[in-house]
Design a protein around this ligand. Sequence first.
Ligand code: SAH
Ligand code: SF4
Length: 386
Amino acid sequence: MTISTVENKLAIDCQKINLLGLSPEKLGKFFKDMGEKPFRATQVLKWIHQIGVDDFDQMTNLAKDLREKMKSIAEIKAPEIVSYHESKDGTCKWIIRVKGGDCVEAVFIPEKDRGTLCISSQVGCALDCSFCATGKQGFSRDLDAFEIIGQLWIAVKAFNSFGEKANRVVSNVVMMGMGEPLLNFDNVIDSMGLMLNDNAYGLSKRRVTLSTSGIVPMIDKLAEVSDVSLAISLHAPNDKLRDQLVPINKKYPISSLLASAQRYLDKMPDVRRKITIEYTLMDHINDRDEHARELAILLNKLPCKINLIPFNPFDQSDYRRVTKTALYRFRDILKNAGHTVTVRTTRGDDISAACGQLAGTVRDKTRRSERHINKHQQQPIKFVMS
Ligand code: SAH
Ligand code: SF4
């Protein structure tokens, strides 16, 4: 597209192009279409993602007439912050309004050696895992790339870390908020591209983690275009139990999922890379000794570390958190079998920011939320244990 075609498109859509979500490649094309040199993309990437500027007039190394041209066809617009909450343990949560009025959530978790931002990829989630608050809300829509990277932009800006006086630093990003990132593939890839790019956030591939419930073909597709860290939400050591907890397992059972995780690693030149296996522990559901033993054997061959997550309760769920005794027994069985195991501490509970509690506001197109509320009012959810 030349500048006049860009302008024509604008006249037809009446919508400015939001540069916040454009990947480095797409920003390069944007400037090429305007007849500008490729280095303009590098300059603008730095202004937006390293200096936190959303006003073209502040981009002082661009000629004034170029800035005017850009103002007429483009904008830099982060999603709107509806509210901000801070937990007594330092966890921060933003409720963010996205296009169409839905809201999603992003959470920052400060730790001694890192600051992790957990971001959302969709409004709600279509996959309906039985223990997840997001899943219970049904699904509204995919987030655009600017709405995904916008969560990082908002956090970095809030912590003043675009400047030099950062009060907190986002060192890691995990796609573990609302939604299934592999079902919003292109926008997630563009956003992660910005996270990794040295002219944008410059995070290392080890510090950006995509968590998936197991969309097998998309894991293979991810391996073609990215080498970020991969986390698999397993939660059960056999298909009978996983079918109940993670319904997508009926389509992509455990054996195919673990095989795709191995293929993902096989694509990485660094043989030390590992898959993170997430296992949310629920009292009397998936926390017995035999589950731990079965899991230890199941994961025998996959280079992985296991992250145990005590279930975080929410309204409309009858599951209970694993007891401390069962949690440490489970961990020890895995450790004694030679696995690397970590236990995720629950953070931000007092502001409903813990893992799996993110709810936002979802205009559910699937009407699943209604069904769940009715079902919950009529009868408690029952699960068959294997
Ligand atoms: N859809 C992706 C990423 C978002 S969920 C996935 O499923 O991996 C991020 C993590 O939170 C997953 O491991 C998920 O299983 C876990 N989770 C969901 N609900 C939870 C809850 N109530 N308590 C603890 N962890 C939960
Ligand atoms: Fe969706 Fe992940 Fe929640 Fe499952 S656990 S419903 S895939 S967000």
